[in-house]
Design a protein around this ligand. Structure first.
Ligand SMILES: [Zn+2]
Length: 67
């Protein structure tokens, strides 16, 4: 699962959220001021890093999938 970074449109607070692919941001709210619909930030590097980490884990657990 990728980690997404969101920025609150009201107070500018940036927070991270682990989400399933395709899950919307409509129900998210800022942990600081409870404003809904935060702006999604592009965090390509972080997401790739996380995906690489998960791939490595998967490789160790089930190496047959990567032959
Ligand atoms: Zn806020």
């Amino acid at each position: 699962m990728p980690i997404y970074e969101y920025e609150c449109v009201k107070c500018g607070h940036v927070f991270e959220k682990l989400q399933k692919v395709g899950e919307g941001s409509e129900d998210l709210e800022c942990p600081e001021c409870k404003t809904k619909n935060p702006k999604k930030l592009v965090t390509r590097f972080r997401t790739n890093l996380w995906s690489t980490f998960l791939d490595d884990m998967d490789r160790k657990v089930s190496p047959h999938k990567f032959k």
